[in-house]
Design a protein around this ligand. Structure first.
Ligand SMILES: Cc1cc2nc3c(=O)[nH]c(=O)nc-3n(C[C@H](O)[C@H](O)[C@H](O)COP(=O)(O)OP(=O)(O)OC[C@H]3O[C@@H](n4cnc5c(N)ncnc54)[C@H](O)[C@@H]3O)c2cc1C
Length: 534
């Protein structure tokens, strides 16, 4: 991880067949190890050489990989998105031609959406695709394409959004194309890297300008339905970015904890806790250091639970034989995806920062990995749809979808848990906060519906605060369920869970009341400012 960060990526403009991108030397061996393990295609169907494992297993194992090297694991992660899109929308011919080698990891895939004039607003895409014989010719420029060019695999399969000559304006006029770096006869397709970005973090992940100059491509899915195809892998992809926030949070915590157990500064105010063999005590005795560690630990464990729970729903939504179960699982996953993506990455950044703080000045230096974690995790709040856009997705689409069914079903699930456990004295400290959280969410949702309906700017102004509010209720629910499972069990892990969850409901969950107040404060204080007054 550190080697990758320091060595970075090299752009070689005059390679044998055009511009080349060289990854850190150790990455070839690392990629081979990952590939040989079967990780890359573990969740793909066996008919294409995959392991046939549920998506949830990718979340469980993915956290470990990301925590060890987030920048590197972006490659296999994006490739998974490309594979899933081809699997769901590609023709049989495309599947047979491209999936086996993507699944085995012999080739890698990318997602090429962004252009200089459009990131959030993909309706502004300018890249064109013209039909020629059995294929299309694509022209245009894509920017910030992760793993757009590299030396880890001999071929790279790009999924590119572009417009056909007869495309309607805006988002409805976009189609999706498969554009391989190498064609079937192994000749070079006309898609080349035009340069690399120099970035704040993820320095070993190539972020490429990609120029398409009559590049050959093949349509994936129907004409003008490119965004539909993208949405198919969106839940998975966004959940995986949320997972990056969680993984970085976890590894930052582990480092902070180790430091806090060794660094000695000042005395504990409690005499019995003082180390008699030393002039100072380990900083973990100090309440404020514990506050920071517990903030990170209690949020990370709850976010992990929520992410895994959502991944399980994604699996159920895809494969359960009962249509009703599929529908309700899909509702849950759709509701939670923007929450996991945005909350877990915002909190992931905050947690990396708070973990760095535990180390004091040491955390700011390159001698410890915290400064890299903080730089690396920052991108997760931006890509795969910025966190602001996740909040708009939650409030503008998910809350109103199917007449509000998504949230109503989740509220019912929480209410049912509360009814079943209201008399359980052993987990009372979780039940009361969860009841309060549900009340706050209900009140703020009502406010949003009424005021957002009258004036949509009210809904947009409160969207991010509403997302945080619903996230905190969801995490409280996760803690209540974990507590229910752990209570009365004697193993240390269960006692640890009850203590950690209790910290969460006492010290983190109250933030929810603040977010509820902020939601209901509406838009006026921000929208009354003239642009010149900013
Ligand atoms: C390191 C890195 C890797 C990337 N990898 C890829 C990749 O592999 N493939 C790919 O296609 N792209 C990739 N991207 C691009 C990334 O997805 C975009 O940066 C992201 O979607 C945001 O677009 P933008 O940067 O153009 O910001 P803009 O769209 O210009 O947005 C700027 C700000 O305005 C806000 N905003 C915009 N519209 C609204 C609105 N209606 N309401 C409220 N707020 C709004 C945004 O939230 C943001 O804060 C990558 C970017 C980076 C930096």
């Amino acid at each position: 991880n550190k080697i990758g960060d320091r060595e970075g990526i090299k752009f070689v403009p005059d390679g044998a067949e055009g511009p080349e991108v060289h990854t850190p030397e150790v990455y070839k061996k690392l990629y081979k190890t990952v590939r040989d393990s079967g990780y890359v295609g573990a969740t793909m169907p066996t008919e294409f050489g995959g392991g046939g494992a549920p998506f949830t297993t990718a979340i469980l194992s993915g956290e470990i990989g990301i925590a060890s090297n987030m920048a590197f694991y972006m490659g296999p992660g994006l490739s998974h998105g490309a594979m899933k899109t081809i699997l769901k929308k590609g023709s049989d011919e495309l599947k047979q031609k491209y999936l086996p080698k993507l699944v085995s990891g012999e080739w890698m895939g990318t997602m090429c959406l962004t252009e200089p004039q459009c990131g959030t607003d993909l309706g502004l895409i300018k890249t064109t695709a013209n039909p020629i014989d059995d294929h299309y010719e694509l022209n245009g420029q894509k920017i910030w394409i992760s793993f757009g060019e590299h030396d880890l695999t001999e071929n790279i399969i790009h999924l590119v959004l572009a417009k056909l000559p007869d495309a309607p304006d805006g988002i409805k006029g976009i189609s999706l194309f498969l554009v391989p770096k190498r064609l079937e006869d192994n000749s070079r397709n006309q898609i080349f890297c035009g340069g690399l970005e120099h970035k704040l973090g993820i320095n070993s992940s190539p972020t490429c300008v990609m120029n398409l100059d009559n590049a050959k491509g093949w349509l994936v899915g129907d004409k003008h339905k490119g965004m539909e195809a993208m949405f198919l892998m969106m839940n998975d992809a966004r959940l995986k970015v949320g997972l990056q926030g969680i993984a970085m949070s976890e590894i930052a915590y582990q480092n902070a904890l180790e430091f806090a157990k060794e660094r000695k500064q000042m005395r504990s105010v409690v005499k019995e806790k003082q180390d008699k063999d030393s002039k100072a005590d380990n900083i973990i005795v100090h309440p404020d250091v514990r506050r920071m560690l517990m903030n990170v630990k209690s949020t990370t464990e709850a976010m992990r639970a929520l992410c895994i729970y959502t991944a399980m729903k994604i699996d159920l939504a895809e494969d359960h034989p009962d249509e009703k179960v599929r529908e309700s699982a899909d509702d849950f996953a759709a509701l939670m995806t923007p929450i996991v993506k945005a909350y877990c990455t915002d909190r992931g950044f905050q947690n990396c920062s708070e973990s760095l703080q535990v180390l004091g000045g040491s955390g700011f230096t390159q001698e410890y990995p915290l400064e890299q974690y903080l730089r690396d995790v920052r991108i997760t709040q931006i890509y795969e749809g910025t966190n602001g856009i996740q909040a708009l997705d939650l409030v503008g689409r998910k809350l109103t979808m199917h007449k509000g069914r998504l949230l109503q079903n989740f509220q019912k699930e929480v209410q049912q848990f509360l009814s079943e456990n209201k008399d359980d004295e052993d987990i009372k400290q979780f039940i009361v906060p969860l009841q309060n959280a549900l009340k706050e969410v209900t009140a703020s949702t009502m406010w949003l519906m009424q005021n957002g309906m009258q004036d949509p700017e009210n809904a947009l102004a409160s969207a991010s605060d509403y997302l945080n509010l619903l996230a905190l209720m969801s995490l409280t629910y996760m803690w209540a369920r974990m507590a229910k499972y752990s209570v009365g069990k004697n193993e240390p892990i269960h006692k640890n869970k009850i203590k950690t969850g209790t910290y969460f409901v006492e010290k983190v969950m109250p933030e929810l009341v603040m977010y509820s107040q902020k939601v209901q404060a509406g838009k006026s204080s921000m929208m009354e400012m003239d642009v010149a007054e900013f």
